[in-house]
Design a protein around this ligand. Structure first.
Ligand code: KG4
Ligand code: ZN
Length: 355
């Protein structure tokens, strides 16, 4: 089965072709990602209207390039999968409409893919990992720990009460006068800084494995204001202190989720932690995760960066997994700005807009 995947939920316009072999193995035939980073960088964040317009302009060419790189024609596509949510609705509508049109034109099934499910299933494509496992998703838009039991069977353990982890990095960078996206900038500055500034670690030791980043961000602002005007060493020290606080938060909250996982599934369940999202690129956070998984007897699975951040190969793969189970959608499938992986998860106390 060869599936065309389309991803337009945020600021990456992506198209990919993935084949699922009869033995269940996945193969990426092409994986085209056109980043819109330059268009949004001047605004210090993603502008939804600009993103939607750019998807319209870039998507046709991305699909054609994906076909060309795979050496395939349209007639060799067995199904089309497009991200239908969650994300920025303008971009989602562009991708979903394109996906439906291609599927209708070819007379093949259409699959509306949940972007979070695609992140969750990527480890099956990259590492052939079977179920179950724990997913830690840490991106610009999402911060969640989820038990992945099977395709379509997810139990959300922790979520963020306020900012996503990547968002916190971006906001911290902005207030230190660093460029967008802020995560890599903070990491670079931190490398030459000393983590000497005392910053809070919200939620540490709490029973529920939720995250909260807003208080840390506010504390950083106070410390930055107290030192203004900031010299180069101040910026590096504040960045290092912030990164250290985040690493502590991630290892404590993930450790708690690992305990929950074992409580839920029993000690005999596969012990693997899969990390996805742009923040997984951070070496300090990765080191913190390595320590915490070792402590709990888990193994860490981190797909390569191009498949950890937003891409269409993961959408095609999720589509292929659903197709193999007969889970296809009709052309009425909507684009959904919100689409929680686990609709039954109780809302985190104080949780605002984040699913
Ligand atoms: O998964 P991703 O590429 O896109 C989505 O948000 O969907 O994640 C981007 C986020 C940004 O907030 C960026 O600042 C953060 O990941 N990020 C990092 C690093 N590289 C990217 N955060 C911390 N350290 C990094 N090295
Ligand atoms: Zn994503």
């Amino acid at each position: 089965m060869t599936v065309l995947g389309i991803e337009t939920s945020c600021d990456e316009t992506a198209a990919a072709l993935v084949r699922r072999h009869p033995d269940g193995r996945g193969e990426i035939l092409s994986n085209v990602v056109r980043s819109q980073l330059d268009l949004h960088a001047v605004y210090g964040g993603v502008v939804p209207e600009i993103a939607a317009r750019a998807h319209v302009e870039l998507l046709d060419a991305a699909i054609l390039q994906a076909l060309a790189e795979a050496g395939l024609g349209f007639d060799e596509i067995d199904a089309v999968a497009a991200t239908a949510g969650p994300g920025l609705v303008g971009g989602l509508i562009v991708g979903v409409t394109m996906g439906k049109a291609v599927a209708l034109g070819l007379g093949v099934p259409f699959i509306a893919v949940n972007h979070l499910e695609a992140h969750a299933l990527t480890a099956g494509l990259t590492d052939g990992l079977g179920f179950p496992y724990l997913l830690l998703l840490v991106s610009g838009g999402h911060t969640q720990t989820v038990i992945v039991k099977d395709v379509g069977a997810y139990e959300r353990l922790g979520t963020t009460l306020d900012d996503a982890l990547g968002e916190a990095f971006d906001k911290a960078a902005k207030l230190l006068g660093l460029a967008y996206p802020g995560g890599p900038e903070i990491e670079r500055q931190a490398a030459r800084g000393r983590a000497t500034v005392k910053l809070p670690r919200p939620m540490l030791g709490r029973e529920e494995p939720h995250f909260s980043l807003a208080g840390l961000k506010t504390a950083l602002r106070h410390e930055a204001l107290a030192r203004a005007p900031l010299g180069e060493q101040d910026i590096a020290d504040l960045a290092a202190s912030f990164q250290e606080a985040v690493a502590d938060i991630v290892s404590d909250r993930t450790g708690r989720a690992l305990e929950f996982y074992t409580e839920r599934l029993g000690a005999g369940a596969q012990r693997a932690l899969v990390v996805a999202g742009g923040v997984a690129a951070n070496q300090r956070i990765k080191a913190a995760l390595e320590t915490v998984v070792a402590k709990h007897g888990f193994r860490l699975v981190v797909p390569p960066p191009v498949l950890c951040t937003d891409n269409a190969a993961m959408i095609a793969w999720a589509g292929a997994m659903r197709l193999a189970r007969g889970l296809t959608d009709d052309l009425a499938a909507p684009a959904r700005a919100r689409w929680p992986l686990d609709p039954a998860a109780p809302p985190a106390l104080g949780a605002g807009v984040k699913a």
